[in-house]
Ligand binder design. Structure first.
Ligand code: HEM
Length: 309
């Protein structure tokens, strides 16, 4: 297909490319262009250095350590909901298979939505049959959905399933017409609904008002827009949201799912990790976990670093 790819995985090579010699490497401009319909021009896909720096400056408060630490109660609550959903799926009778990776994607999307956009995608609730997903805003719901019927609700994970595979093939910019890519029609429908979903997220946050001192990623962008920042148009905010939805939930979901898989292969280590968590919680519920507690989770941290590294 005219492409030669070199995959890099040694930590020293990654530091060389991403940090010490980053000025010698650029992102694939053609691939970024191929992804425009899907991700637009958000942080991961912006190739213009000055605009990239401006977007980073606006979003910086949302990435500060203090703000991220404040996300812990939400993360702990979603972790508990993930456990509950796994048990619900496993059922009371004979053991059933549970699709762990999908549930991890639902959990990380719920964390991202609640912390970065102050929005509840209800992704885990959908898996339990307790929700139909997000009710699309009236003006956004006029178009057709993935299934072809007039949508009122959208499940973000189902949309990802329709969009992500074809989007990755499109990103390879294979010089073939898009319509022969498997799943392309579903991708187009899914992307349309995704755009409506993102519109719903933005209009809800606007309707709530921005004057409450919140530093979540969506609020800081909308505040910058209100203050006249010319980069932060509605279109740019849509693009950043799409980037965060991908960069901030798929990555963490795969790490979580892979960690579960590796621990399932090492029952003894799994028991040690469980004992460590139980010791730190000392009878308190998981939802009571504090930042101070996480410092005592050395074995769990090492496992996550091993899988993520
Ligand atoms: C296990 C978790 C994660 C992994 C492995 C990961 C990996 C990466 C990598 C390799 C890049 C560089 C991509 C490139 O420049 O082409 C990147 C960039 C980025 N990631 Fe993550 N990420 C993770 C979690 C997150 C989370 C939770 C968020 C946000 C909520 C996030 C937001 C971003 C953003 C915005 C960029 C672009 C930064 C910029 O260009 O200035 N990531 N990530």
């Amino acid at each position: 297909m005219g492409l030669r790819a070199v995959y890099v995985r040694h930590p020293e090579d990654i530091v060389h490319i991403m940090r010490t010699h980053a000025d010698r490497y650029c992102k694939g401009v053609e691939q970024l262009a191929a992804m425009h319909e899907f991700l637009g021009e958000g942080l991961v896909t912006l190739s213009d250095g000055a605009r990239h720096a401006e977007a980073r400056a606006v979003l910086d408060p949302g990435f500060r350590a203090e703000f991220v630490k404040g996300m812990l109660p939400t993360m702990a609550a979603v972790a508990q909901e993930l456990v509950d959903t796994m048990l619900f799926k496993a059922g009371a009778g004979p053991a059933k298979d549970v699709e762990v990776e999908e549930l991890c994607r639902r959990a990380t999307l719920d964390v991202l939505g609640r912390t970065a956009f102050r929005f509840d995608f209800q992704a885990l609730a959908v898996a339990r049959g307790a929700s139909q997903g997000v009710e699309l805003a009236a003006e956004a719901a006029q178009h057709k959905s993935v299934s072809g019927s007039a949508p009122r609700y959208a499940d973000a994970v189902t949309l990802w399933d329709a969009v992500l595979g074809p989007a990755m093939l499109i990103a390879f910019d294979m010089k073939i017409p898009n319509f022969i890519i498997p799943g392309y029609a579903g991708y187009q429908d899914g992307l349309r609904t995704f755009n409506q979903l993102v519109k719903t997220v933005i209009s809800k946050r606007k309707a709530e008002g921005l004057e409450d001192g919140s530093k979540d990623l969506l609020t800081v962008m909308l505040q910058a827009q209100q203050q006249g920042n010319s980069l932060m148009t509605d279109k740019h905010i849509r693009d950043e949201l799409m980037v965060f939805l991908l960069a901030g939930s798929d990555t963490t979901a795969e790490l979580l799912a892979f960690a579960c898989y590796e621990l399932s292969r090492r029952p003894q280590l799994q028991q040690q990790v469980r004992a460590e968590v139980a010791g730190v919680l000392a009878g308190r519920p998981l939802t009571a976990l504090t930042v101070e507690d996480t410092r005592g989770l050395k074995l769990l941290t090492a496992c996550v670093n091993e899988v993520g590294g």
